[in-house]
Design a protein around this ligand. Sequence first.
Ligand code: 0A1
Ligand code: ZN
Length: 881
Amino acid sequence: MPSETPTTIKLEDYQPPAYRIETANLNVLLDPTATLVIAELKVVRQPDTKPGAPLILDGDNLKLLSIAVDGAPLQSNAYDVTPSALELTPPTGDTFTLTITTELNPDANTQLMGLYRSSGTYCTQCEADGFRRITYFPDRPDVLSVYTVRLEAPRDACPVLLSNGNLIKTGLVPDTDRHFAIWHDPHPKPAYLFALVAGDLAKITDNFTTASGNPVELNIFVEHGKEALCDWAMDSLKRSMRWDEEAFGREYDLDVFNIVAVSDFNMGAMENKGLNIFNDKYVLADPETATDQDYANIEAVIAHEYFHNWTGNRITCRDWFQLCLKEGLTVFRDQEFSADMRSRPVKRIADVKLLKMHQFPEDAGPLAHPVRPRSYQEINNFYTATIYEKGAEVVRMLQTLLGEDGFRSGLDLYFDRHDGEATTIEAFLKCFEDATGSDLDQFALWYEQAGTPLVSVNTAHNPKDNSFKLTLSQEIPPLPGQQSAKAAVIPLRFGLLGPDGQDLEITTGDSTKVTGDVILLKRPAQTITFQNVPDAPKVSLLRGFSAPVRLTQDQSADDLAFLAKHDSDPYNRWQAVQTLATQTLLARTEAVRRKVAFASAADLVAVLQTVLEDDRLDPALKAQALTLPSETDTAQDIGNNVDPDAIHTARTRLIAEIADELQPLLLPLARDYAKDSAFSPDAASAGKRALSNRALHYHAHSSNPGAVALVNDRFENANNMTDRIMALTLLVHHGFEGAMDALQAFRSRHATSALAMDKWFAARATAPRDETLQVVQDLIADPLYEPSNPNRVRAVLHSFATGNPTQFSRADGKGFNLIAESVLQIDKRNPQVASRLLTSFRSWRALEGRRSSLAESALLRVSSSEELSRDCRDIVDRTLQ
Ligand code: 0A1
Ligand code: ZN
């Protein structure tokens, strides 16, 4: 496969389609290596299209067997086929029928786009542009068609035949061993939402009655023997369906909702209409194999895909530049769902941590792009944290700006006005403007500009007139392709705390700048004067993380300790602890580099002690507060000339110091936890486990000679995966005695669970130890390593590249080389998985000189390959720019 010449697709070049496909009748005769797809398309010329204007259909790697117009076969000189298109001159009438037969080889499809087989099950993935690997079609989201799909396959190999919509007919194919099923989806949809599944699968069934009284059959299909692992997913689905009715008035609209779990899947899951296909990681769970995080993820992803039925499927995107229209909004909705199912503050903190971990670095480096990009070379590279997570933050800001009622009325209008359409961000924002009478012109900049705004804070208290001035300024640092940026509208939820820790009543004449507890920062700089403030208050800004910005604010350890104790906003209480920890980590990293003594961590220790002793705090929140900013977070805060070893040393020693100082509080938490209790995955029980495991983590770093035994004990006596994998990871990462035995024991116990074994692989690949490089090479050679399984590849290589900063960024460059070589290998088989892995280089310029030039060499090595996929070419070119 020679490198393809990259073409750039631009938003400004958007043209409506010349022809639409009103109905698509597909007849799919399944075969592992020679599947036939007979597509009968009713083509409708659009009013602005001249009669006879060329019809251009997308195609990718297709074998065309025949083509007919209105039943008459076309001779090969009547059309043009290129590797990416089929062009013909159609009849001049308004409509005509095109019948196209293509032949596919599902077994040869290692990219997992289009029709492929996963463990013998036929399945499809069509977003963003996989449908063109099934048949020639206008494969763009603004062409909506009504699909009727007939599937035919041998009965014994494929008893289950599924497609979108409702099942209308099944039967036997006379005189053969084959049977068929016909599915009809009455809702017009873009090709990226098409799906089919066929195989020998087990199912669990349940049902749901919509608020209007319509019964819906719910099925989850899995490999035989895995039925017992589906209960949590089914429960999550039913809760999602009810919640969407209650929270947003959205009901389900088909007779059946099917979910299929497959083990080979490039992403998390896919919202195909009525037939969601999932990476089995986001379906299967029991205490033996799934962690609390897995349970939470399953709940969130099941909800996410279900919520797409309205935000994505009923209302879809006009073009792929509008991807955040469905993704940002749907992530916002799934975050709200999880917040309602669990603890809202704990969920908010988890979401913000994720954003800072993944999206902030993306937005600060060469892969930065606006929430609505203006151009792309490979759309599959734009399923990013910026589109998803920052996109959700933008929707959340809209809610903050308009208030809950205003937001809801705008969203109701959006559902009313655009149901059944493929639309744009402009149309979305217009609904909120029309519903509330607000002007969102400046707000729209959030979709247009890349980069994380930096908000700086200055304060001045005047005891003479009891006034308090807050001066805020904003800027977005320059990025490739964006030298300057305009001032955005930034909603900053805030409070001013008096000496007793209570929120002061806000009095200000600046009503244009402050509404309730929200400051609207609209200009590059703005000063707000508050009256009736006799004592200099403590400022709690960005409560609930009300905008995706970085704050720079001079805050003393005393101020932070005060906020950590008193802030009425739980998010900012957590943030105060984090800020104090960050200050300590930055100072200590610098001390390691300069080889000077550490300053005391007494302030931080005291704050953590307060947290531990606070009975009002729920254990999950305590666990979060006790988790220090990660090495990656710290690297980001340092910003340039980053030395990952220095960060690692500083952080590890700080943890050890805290562990020793707070041993009387931490040890009982680590030791005496839940010895007797039976496992339950609910949020409260998970919170207790999180706190105990956090304590165990500290204890493992402590100088207490009993630590090794306690971790081994936890491993051996764990009655759930959360505890077991935590203990195993500690044993392996610390190189404790017992680690090898534990690895072996885990492996024997879980050899048949791929998802559990992924955790084993990841625990090994993330050990911050010199020998890990060799370990990773051994893991790739392990008989259980499957290069065709994206989850396994990610468990080893992605975990190493993103979860092991000292080893990936080794000073000898061997970590970079290992990942670069792996990218080149994987790219031959699966470009999407390869290009994802390649993004782990995105912060290379922030590393200290020697490491950054070694990273650059590794990238150049990838770039010099003559057989790079478009996916990897795009990422490597942008990363090096
Ligand atoms: N729309 C899905 C994510 C998804 C995107 C692309 C895929 O293949 C390239 C697969 C899934 C979601 O948001 O859940
Ligand atoms: Zn999505």
